[in-house]
Design a protein around this ligand. Structure first.
Ligand code: FES
Ligand code: FES
Length: 174
């Protein structure tokens, strides 16, 4: 709560922040209590950021902040001031699917799809760090994300396939 010099309530405390979201600078005036997930969904209109548990458990809200995955329900928008955020919407820049998205599609790694953007973003970080993970390393890498309808096997297949695609892509550029 904010009060003026007379002690009267004069509205909520707000702060101006600028966040680079999917390569575009977004400046907004927000309350310090606004979660990063709500900022991305409600201020930026990026509904690929899903809000499930809001307790850091399900991973549906996973995005990258300065190239590291974060659960955006666990931080506040003001903490992202000056940072670069990438959401699932930022993965393609020409209307075509990212290789990870292609792999999820090709291996039928989604059913309702609610968890998918979080899995895709977690997969991105996993494959950036380890382009050819074992099945056990994939399970560990995705342990922070929960899916209630795929049974996981197709998701793990998707990560393997995405790794192959990205490695082939990198190889073809060399
Ligand atoms: S909504 Fe953030 S971890 Fe579940
Ligand atoms: S595809 Fe339904 S929760 Fe994962």
């Amino acid at each position: 709560m904010s009060t003026d010099s007379t002690g009267e309530y004069d509205g909520p405390v707000t702060e101006e922040i600028t966040v680079t979201v999917n390569g575009r600078a977004v400046t907004a005036t927000v309350e310090p209590r606004l979660k990063l997930s709500d900022f991305l969904r409600d201020v930026c209109g990026l509904h690929g950021v899903r809000v499930g548990c809001e307790h850091g458990v399900c991973g549906a809200c996973t995005v990258q902040q300065d190239d590291r995955t974060v659960k955006s329900c666990l931080s506040y928008a003001v903490q992202a001031d000056g940072a670069a955020i990438e959401t699932v919407e930022g993965l393609d820049d020409d209307g075509s699917l990212h290789p990870i998205q292609e792999a999820f599609h090709e291996t039928h790694a989604l059913q309702c799809g609610f968890c998918t953007s979080g899995f895709v973003m977690a997969t991105k970080e996993l494959l950036e760090e380890n382009p050819d993970p074992t099945r056990e390393e994939i399970q560990t890498g995705l342990a922070g994300n929960i899916c209630r309808c795929t049974g996981y096997q197709n998701i793990y297949d998707a990560v393997e396939r995405a790794g192959e695609k990205l490695t082939a892509e990198t190889g073809s550029e060399e």
